[in-house]
Design a protein around this ligand. Structure first.
Ligand SMILES: [Zn+2]
Length: 279
């Protein structure tokens, strides 16, 4: 799933090609991804004014009455191709741009393409409010401490709340908690002021380092670079810090990867097998 560092690389690439371009055709091959109260023909002849990331969503502003919002979810990806290029089996929606096409591909069809009235994102589930910009100057340890007050969920669930933070998915939430030395199942209420301060530092460092690394590598639009991650999807591999085998545990229906030594549980029992605990 593309997360903030991926989107911060991809969205400017899409924007450079799309802003100022006029949509000449729309082809919908997988209607299941579409959330549109009007026919997509309404986009034809419209010029793209702005493309920007809003949390995990991509907002495309057009002249006229309708905007688009795209959520890539698990497997959505973009590609620019010459018009007339053979359709791939996973093609969901294609926007004609004269001689070229922007294609939205999604082989599990979990992503969504919304048509919304201009500037009105209230009908897009989960999009608003966009959480605090973790890489902005306003995100201080005191702000994090304030947001953590009265939160009773597990810290990984808290991190992934996109209406609270802009923004963490499974991968960078795991990386952040490893960086901070906090167990993914620890409850927010149990975190000490010292742990919260470490969490703040890790949130900023992990997202900033990932953004910088992806910018340095400059992958193509449809490629996600994740090989520099420390624990995510590395079950059984040695922790880069202490050498202990990385483990995984279920947190609210999603896998969490962590080091049982660097990230001890609330009782300090580092070496227990967490799989199945709390289900
Ligand atoms: Zn470790």
């Amino acid at each position: 799933m593309p997360e903030r560092p991926d989107l911060e690389h991809q969205v400017p690439i899409v924007a450079r090609r799309l802003v100022g371009a006029t949509i000449t055709a729309v082809r919908v091959k997988k209607p299941v991804v579409l959330r549109a109260p009007v026919a997509t023909d309404v986009l034809v002849g419209r010029t793209v004014r702005d493309v920007r990331r809003m949390g995990h969503f991509i907002a495309v502003s057009l002249d006229g009455d309708w905007d688009m919002v795209i959520h890539l979810m698990l497997a959505g990806r973009f590609a620019f191709v010459r018009a007339g290029t053979k359709d791939s089996a996973d093609l969901a929606v294609a926007w004609g741009l004269g001689d070229d096409e922007l294609r939205y591909r999604d082989d599990v069809q979990m992503g969504k393409v919304y048509l919304v009235p201009s500037g009105d994102y209230t009908s897009v589930p989960g999009m608003l409010p966009v959480g605090v910009d973790v890489l902005g100057p306003g995100f201080t340890p005191a702000i994090l401490a304030g947001l953590a007050k009265k939160r009773r969920e597990q810290v990984k669930v808290f991190l992934k709340d996109k209406n609270t933070f802009d923004s963490f998915g499974n991968a960078y939430a795991d990386e952040t908690l490893w960086e901070a030395g906090i167990h993914p199942k620890a409850t927010v209420a149990s975190l000490t002021p010292e742990q919260l301060a470490r969490l703040h530092g890790a949130m900023v460092k992990v997202l900033r380092d990932a953004r910088d690394e992806i910018a340095r590598r400059d992958p193509p639009l449809d490629e996600k670079v994740r090989d520099f991650l420390a624990v995510r999807n590395r079950g059984g591999e040695p922790c880069p810090r202490c050498g202990t085998k990385i483990r995984s545990a279920g947190v609210h229906g999603h896998d969490a990867f962590f080091c049982p030594v660097c990230q001890p549980d609330e009782k300090g029992k580092g070496m227990v097998d967490w799989r199945g605990v709390g289900k």
